[in-house]
Write a protein that binds this ligand. Structure first.
Ligand code: ADP
Ligand code: MG
Length: 348
C-alpha cells in the first residue's frame, strides 16, 4: 500500500512505546485505528468511559479531517486535486497553510520542502524501489523549486509552467505538494485539542514516529516514550520522559528504504539535491513544542545533519537525540530545563 508507506509506517515504535509506557498506575482507555498511513493510538485517562469514547471519536474525526485535506496519495484529498493541476493558482487548504507558516517560523525552509512529491515518487518506495536517473532527479528537484507562494496572507501557492513534457500533469515528473513530513504532527495536535475540548485531562496520542501528550496521568506518573534503535528493529534505544503537554518525533533512514550496491536509499530527501540526506541514521526531537513543530523539526534537522541539528537544539529549547552514520549517539538536552528528558537505555 503506497499510501501507508508514504506517510511512514512506524507501528513498531508505537509498540515499543506502549511497552515502555505500561508501568503501574491507572489504566487508560486505549483505541488504535489505521490513519495517516500508519496506526494511530490514543490512550485517554478518565473515569467516565462513555465520555472518553465520545472524546476519542472526536479526536479521530480531527485526524480524518487532516487526512482528507493533505493525503497526497488519496485521489479524493484536497491536495490531490491541487496536484492534478499544479500550474493553476489555487488556495491551499488551511492545514497546508498552517504547515507552510510553521516551517517558515521555525527557520527550516532550506531543509523542509513540501514540494518533493515527484522526487520522492522517483524512488518507488514501497512499490518498485528504483535509483532515479540523475537527469530525472535534477529536473524534478528544479521543478519543485518552482513552487511559489506569492501572497502569504491568502496562501495561494502557484508554480511557473515549464515547457518540458515530462513535467505535464499526469507526466512521470509532474510536480506536486506532499505534506507527509508534517501531517502526522498537525493531525495529532488537532486530535489533542479535541480531547481537551471534551474535558479529557490526560492522554497520549501516537502515530509511531510522532507522539504528543495531553496533561499528566492521574497519580502524576510521567509519560515514557521509547525511541527505536535504527538498526535493531523493535529494540528501544532511548526513552523520553516528561509530565504535561509535550511532543516527540523521530525521523529515520530505515523507515522507507532499500539498498542497491551497498548504498542505502531512504525517504528523507535533501531538497537541494533530491538525494537521501546523509550522515544520520535516526534523529529524535522532543520538547515543550507542538506535534507539528516536532514533526517538521525531526525531518528538517535530519537533513541539516548532525552538527547543524545539535546547534539548533542549543539555540532553541528543544532536545535532539541522534544516531550518526557511524552509529554513535549524539545529543543535546535543550529541553531539559522544561522537564523533558531523553536518556539512553541499555541495549542488548
Ligand atoms: P515519517 O513519515 O516516517 O514520520 P518524516 O516525518 O521524517 O517521517 O517524513 C518523511 C516524509 O516526508 C517522506 O516520506 C516524504 O514524503 C516527505 N519528505 C521527504 N523529504 C522531505 C523534506 N526534506 N522536507 C519535507 N518533507 C520531506
Ligand atoms: Mg516529520
Amino acid at each position: 500500500m503506497a499510501r501507508t508507506l508514504r506517510f511512514g509506517a512506524a507501528a513498531w515504535l508505537a509498540a515499543a512505546l506502549l511497552a515502555a509506557g505500561c508501568a503501574s498506575g491507572p489504566t487508560p482507555l486505549r483505541d488504535s485505528r489505521p490513519a495517516l498511513g500508519t496506526v494511530v493510538t490514543i490512550e485517554a485517562y478518565g473515569t467516565d468511559e462513555a465520555a472518553l469514547r465520545i472524546a476519542i471519536d472526536a479526536a479521530f474525526d480531527e485526524i480524518a479531517r487532516v487526512e482528507r485535506a493533505l493525503d497526497a496519495y488519496s485521489p479524493t484529498s484536497t491536495i490531490a486535486a491541487f496536484n492534478a493541476d499544479p500550474y493553476t493558482e489555487r488556495r491551499l487548504p488551511e492545514e497546508a497553510i498552517t504547515i507552510l507558516d510553521e516551517v517558515e517560523r521555525l527557520g527550516v525552509g532550506a531543509e523542509f520542502s513540501s514540494a518533493l512529491l515527484a522526487p520522492v515518487r522517483l524512488y518507488g518506495f514501497g512499490t518498485t524501489p528504483t535509483v532515479p536517473a540523475p537527469d530525472d532527479l535534477s529536473l524534478s528537484v528544479a521543478a519543485a523549486r518552482g513552487f511559489r507562494r506569492p501572497t502569504a496572507a491568502t496562501g495561494v501557492f502557484a508554480r511557473l509552467k515549464t515547457p518540458d513534457p515530462r513535467l505535464e500533469p499526469g507526466g512521470p515528473l509532474a510536480p506536486g505538494l506532499d505534506f507527509g513530513g508534517a501531517a502526522k504532527g498537525l493531525a495529532l495536535d488537532r486530535a489533542r485539542e479535541a480531547l481537551r475540548a471534551h474535558g479529557v485531562q490526560a492522554a497520549l496520542l501516537t502515530a509511531g514516529s510522532t507522539t504528543v501528550t495531553l496533561g499528566t496521568k492521574p497519580g502524576g506518573e510521567p509519560w515514557h516514550i521509547g525511541v527505536e534503535h535504527p538498526r535493531r528493529t523493535g529494540t528501544v534505544m532511548a526513552v523520553a520522559e516528561w509530565t504535561g503537554d509535550a511532543a516527540l518525533s523521530t525521523s529515520g533512514d530505515y523507515q522507507q528504504s532499500f539498498e542497491v550496491d551497498g548504498v542505502r536509499y531512504h525517504h528523507i530527501l535533501d531538497p537541494a539535491t533530491g538525494r537521501p540526506a546523509a550522515g544520520i541514521q535516526s534523529l529524535t526531537v522532543a520538547g515543550r513544542i507542538s506535534g507539528l513543530e516536532s514533526d517538521i523539526l525531526s525531518t528538517a534537522l535530519f537533513v541539516r545533519g548532525r552538527d547543524g541539528a545539535l546547534a539548533y537544539a542549543r539555540e532553541r529549547s528543544v532536545s535532539v537525540w541522534l544516531v550518526d552514520a557511524a552509529g554513535a549517539v549524539r545529543s543535546h538536552d535543550g529541553a531539559a530545563g522544561t522537564g523533558v528528558r531523553i536518556e539512553a537505555v541499555e541495549t542488548p
